[in-house]
Design a protein around this ligand. Structure first.
Ligand code: FES
Length: 507
């Protein structure tokens, strides 16, 4: 980490700095439980906690380490203000469902507030007002429409013509009394509770398949089986699709955060621009000071030629608009977007009554992870949940008639064909230190990375999911697939699914 306005050499989320989550062994045997929960982020941990509290025998499996992934790389706002969404929801789903969307998220925020109090969790939790603003006249009507939606749905908030941080704006809208926190500090005590209630936790254990049935069997990459009455996929992209075609009805995006010191005092509040490119601003306490998190610059995964330029853009915005003096950390996150912007939470498909899924939270996984955990608990306990119809994954089939479905999959098809036709961008000997590129290697296309010591690693450039060609991500030093967002390390190991097999090493 470099303590100046230059960008840090490597990505590192502030949430994990000086906070050491406990570590767990890999699963080394076959086991039998009531519920196998796949994914050690906020959704999986909260689900496992709620189920263990109800007396179920639970196993939590994580392919990497707990509290990393998107949960460890979020901007960690807990809010029902999901950009400008309520006017759109009213038009697509009607007033009742739009209100249900708000209520589900508002209740999740209350549940999290209560948990923090009950368990005395020290996680820098603070109540903050949330603002969406525009600096452009052309976006003012969007703010007005959202304001009407707030009024119609009874959402506490209203119009603002200026922001507490003094950023010049055209207009904005505030949602009162939302919250922010450190997600890693919040989840570590819940992990401890899962254990103390008899839950089993396994890290470095990748679930790759399910043998359907009652009970079901979750299969790990090492061939172990978890026999369970319920399998719950909280693995961001579902680790098992069971003909649900999730890959064809979601798209992944990456976005960026820099954490910096600024010269001006920061009065608090959480901010999001409705303009393009997006800007997100909040603070978190750091050793008696305020560390300012500046986020934004989203794009489809694997579809940006130079990801470092996104960090540069955020730093420049911080310097010009917020008085940024030192950039201490930088990190990026991946988010999944569904066709109608509403998550998929519930049965994987109609024919999978005991396999549940929670995915597609866009950028709002802290509140939605908690919404999903409660819905999954209720589903397993066969309790009514008022939100199950709104979020049911079966509201969408992979329907080629839907406009967004066509757009998403045309984009994927373009990359699938484009990757096959493209030529290598460099020769291995042309690579600079700390550079990756697609090269021609023994008649094959290789994804080659030269490290700072001159050591070159070459892996097959063909994504093991459905065969698109991966692209170099220089900001994170990973190979990212432009089709459905699988990501791999320079050695070819899977960092993020849907792929569950590594890229082949080329000798
Ligand atoms: Fe689907 Fe790469 S082809 S993620």
């Amino acid at each position: 980490m470099t303590a100046n306005s230059n960008l840090p050499h490597s990505p590192e989320p502030y949430w994990r700095v000086n906070v050491q989550p406990p570590s767990f062994p890999a699963l080394s045997d076959d086991i039998e439980v009531d519920a196998a929960v796949i994914g050690g982020g906020i959704t999986g941990i909260t689900t496992a906690y709620l189920l263990a509290k109800e007396g179920l025998k639970v196993a939590l499996l994580e392919s990497d380490v707990v509290v990393n992934g998107t949960t460890g790389h979020t901007t960690a706002k807990i809010t029902a203000q999901h950009d400008l969404i309520y006017d759109e929801l009213i038009h697509h789903f009607g007033t009742e469902k739009a209100r249900a969307y708000y209520q589900a998220n508002d209740e999740a925020l209350q549940v999290m507030r209560q948990l923090v109090q009950e368990l005395s969790i020290e996680c820098d939790f603070s109540d903050e007002d949330a603002f969406v603003y525009t600096t452009e006249e052309k976006n003012a009507s969007k703010i007005e429409k959202e304001l009407h939606a707030y009024e119609k749905l009874g959402i506490p908030g209203g119009y603002v013509s200026e922001l507490p941080i003094g950023l010049p704006i055209h207009s904005g809208i505030v949602m009162k009394n939302q919250a922010q926190f450190n997600p890693v500090k919040y989840l570590i005590p819940l992990v401890g509770k899962i254990q103390s209630m008899g839950g089993q936790i396994y890290e470095h254990t990748r679930a790759v398949d399910v043998e359907d049935g009652s009970p079901a069997k979750v299969i790990t990459g090492d061939g172990h089986k978890i026999t369970c009455k319920y399998a719950v996929s909280c693995s961001h992209f579902p680790f098992y699709e069971g003909n649900g075609f999730y890959f064809a009805r979601m798209h992944p995006e990456r976005s960026y955060t820099v954490a910096a010191k600024i010269a001006k005092p920061f009065p608090g509040g959480m901010y999001l621009s409705a303009d393009s490119p997006k800007r997100s601003i909040r603070y978190t306490p750091m050793n008696g000071e305020k560390l300012i998190l500046i986020g934004g610059e989203g794009h489809k995964t694997g579809q940006s030629k130079d990801t470092m330029k996104h960090y540069e853009a955020l730093k420049t915005f911080g310097q010009t608009d917020l008085g940024l003096t030192e950039t201490l950390y930088r990190w990026s996150a991946q988010d999944l977007f569904t066709l109608d912007k509403v998550p998929y939470i519930g049965r994987l498909t109609e024919s999978h009554p005991n396999i549940l899924v929670a995915t597609g939270f866009r950028k709002w996984g802290m509140a939605f992870g908690t919404v999903a955990a409660q819905m999954i608990r209720d589903s397993i306990l066969e309790k009514e949940n008022p939100y199950s119809e709104l979020f049911t994954p079966s509201r969408f089939k992979a329907d080629p008639g839907i406009k967004t479905f066509v757009a998403e999959n045309t984009n994927v098809a373009g990359h699938l064909i484009g990757g096959k036709l493209s030529t290598a961008s460099k020769k291995i000997e042309e690579l600079h230190p700390d550079e990756g590129a697609i090269v021609s290697y023994n008649g094959q296309k290789g994804a080659a990375y030269k490290d700072e010591n001159g050591q070159v690693t070459v892996v097959d450039a063909t994504c093991t999911h459905l065969g698109c060609e991966v692209a170099w991500n220089n900001g994170d030093r990973t190979w990212d697939c432009p089709c459905h967002g699988s990501r791999y390390s320079v050695n070819g190991d899977v960092v993020e699914g849907p792929a569950d097999k590594p890229l082949k090493k080329l000798e």
